[in-house]
Design a binder for this molecule. Structure first.
Ligand code: F6P
Length: 558
């Protein structure tokens, strides 16, 4: 018997009502501020921090007290979150609108004995594909798997978009210190510039294409794959050698075959793997090629370790659960609309973009599990850039803007690229930013500093208002010792589980993505108008779209 998710309106729980009351004082600045919370409890940093799978989470700089945190845990209990967690790990079809199980956790647990309602055993399937991936990766890396002229591969191009791009791209960059000599490129955008600028640098005889698409129907990916294949044909003249240069990572066997890719070069995955949760599946082949299979397995092991931590650790010590509850507090009770992901690590440059899809495509929903419009906020806007670049771009708004932004800082204590004092500068900046957001700088301090610097009374009066920092702005700080494949796997899995918990409390379906469909349908309808000659009728279109198309057609002329 498959368990469906509980369907509980969180606003009707005791805890939600209490939290709403509890938050009023914090929102209006009447209760304790962050500075006061720290003054009141000298052990706050110790009490409000935890460690899991090599990650130290300092969540002390959240505008929340012990009572509030206890109420958040009670909220999760009243929403029967643990039931939802178990339903996911057990392979129940918790993606109810698509009637699918959600089992990315099984991808990092090949020893799993789980058996699904249809009789299939994810552990067995995963083990088999991982074995095939390993053989292929080793063959490419040791030069026994070669191209059509007998040359070893030097370049790999992953063609995919969304989850079939962002995950592997982010991980390949994050694990740059572990990369081998194979050059791995990513083409996602249907803008021809992306493909063409990539192909310009490549030799078709030594290039391997990975067509990464769960459905093998996505317009952008298929357009790029077809054009890459045309380029390969044109450059080599070997129309019958697509099988040597193209690999498919997909669930759609028939579409893969009709593209001309042999089934020996197809690495499958399954409908219980969501696109944005697929980097652990065959979609991770580019990662395995870039860093070697040993490191790919360490990435999976790190994620699996976080899965176990998440499932079995009491909530007080549970890292993903804590991140999730704090996010709910900020979003639903303090009214904070956005979350900045701020990795102080150049290698994590694409981590914010990756999390944008993971979080916003999962929890950017406005209908609950009973089909009713939500009366409360769901997923926040996620964005971010690596520190310290962000400091010189948008931190002004984070510190002094009119809307509050919650921040997650991410730092590795040791640098994989030690250069002189750089890593100390980077670390000092990260900690200082979190400190500044918390402490702020009041008028008295501004005036005292300016007087000590010998400024005139006039100048002090004129400039002081601009130099005040309100502070009291919440942040989390995540730190590991080294950003190893294992640590990275744990970090990503922690955020995946955070998203799950929040979706469970919000009573939404986190694993579908109907919101991306309408644009695709409309684009397909407009396409014939762009292919047709000028003056092809745009009747029936709204006047704005019609005018844009007419202008576009007119500008095609010369
Ligand atoms: O953006 C919608 C989406 O379906 C994502 O969920 C998915 O990651 C992406 O498109 C790519 O899909 P596919 O792997 O099927 O090409």
């Amino acid at each position: 018997m498959q368990n469906l998710l509980p369907k509980i309106n969180p606003t009707e729980t005791f805890a939600w009502k209490q939290l709403t009351q509890h938050a009023l004082g914090f929102r209006e600045g009447e209760k304790q501020t962050l500075n006061q919370l720290f003054e009141a409890d000298p052990q706050r940093a110790e009490r409000w921090s935890l460690e899991a799978e090599g990650w130290y989470l300092d969540f002390s700089k959240n505008l929340l007290d012990v009572q509030g945190l206890a109420l958040l845990r009670r909220l999760a209990e009243e929403c029967r979150v643990q039931e939802g967690i178990e339903a996911m790990f057990n392979g129940d079809r918790i993606n109810e609108t698509e009637r699918r199980a959600v089992l990315h956790t099984a991808l990092r647990d090949p020893s799993s004995s789980l058996c699904l309602a249809d009789g299939s055993a994810p552990g067995e399937l995963v083990k088999e594909v991982l074995g095939r991936m390993e053989g292929f990766v080793n063959g490419v890396l040791d030069g026994t798997v070669r191209g059509c002229t007998g040359l070893a591969f030097t370049d790999v191009v992953n063609i995919g978009i969304g989850g079939s791009d962002l995950g592997p791209l982010m991980v390949c960059e994050a694990l740059a210190p572990y990369r081998n000599s194979l050059r791995v490129h990513f083409v996602s955008n249907v803008d021809g510039a992306h493909l063409q600028r990539t192909l310009q640098k490549l030799d078709p005889e030594t290039t391997l294409f990975l067509v990464a698409s769960k459905t093998f129907t996505t317009q952008e990916t298929m357009a790029n794959a077809v054009s890459a294949r045309a380029w390969f044909w044109e450059q080599t003249g070997r129309r019958n050698r697509v099988d040597l240069h193209f690999v498919a990572l997909s669930t759609n066997t028939s579409a893969v075959k009709s593209f001309g890719i042999s089934l020996e070069r197809m690495f499958p995955f399954w409908d219980w793997v969501g696109g944005r949760y697929s980097l652990w599946s065959a979609i991770g082949l580019s990662v395995a090629l870039a860093v070697g299979f040993k490191h790919f397995k360490a990435l999976l092991a790190g994620a699996h370790a976080m899965d176990r931590h998440f499932r079995h650790t009491p909530w007080e010590q549970n890292l993903p659960m804590t991140l999730a509850l704090l996010g709910l507090w900020n979003r639903n009770f303090l009214g904070i609309q956005s979350l900045a992901i701020l990795p102080y690590d150049q290698c994590l440059g694409r981590f914010p973009a990756y999390l944008q899809q993971a979080d916003m495509e999962s929890n950017g929903k406005s209908v609950d599990r009973q089909g009713r419009a939500l009366t409360y906020d769901s997923g926040p806007v996620l964005w971010g850039e690596p520190g310290t670049n962000g400091q010189h771009a948008f931190y002004q708004l984070i510190h002094q803007g009119t809307s509050k932004v919650a921040c997650d800082f991410v730092l590795s204590a040791k640098s994989q690229y030690p250069v002189g004092p750089h890593h100390r500068y980077l670390t000092a900046n990260a900690i200082a930013q979190a400190q500044a957001l918390m402490q702020g700088r009041d008028m008295a301090k501004v005036v005292a500093t300016a007087s000590a610097a010998g400024r005139s009374e006039d100048e002090i009066q004129r400039l002081s208002p601009y130099q005040v920092f309100e502070g009291n702005r919440p942040s989390n700080f995540l730190m590991c010792q080294n950003l190893t494949p294992h640590a990275l796997g744990s970090l990503i899995a922690a955020y995946e589980h955070k998203i799950l918990v929040q979706g469970l409390v919000w009573n939404i379906y986190s694993f579908d993505q109907w919101g991306v469909e309408l644009g695709k349908v409309l684009a397909n309808k407009l396409l014939p108008l762009l292919e047709a000659q000028e003056n092809h009728s745009v009747d029936g279109l709204d006047s704005s779209s019609a005018a844009l198309i007419r202008r576009w057609q007119a500008w095609q002329k010369d």
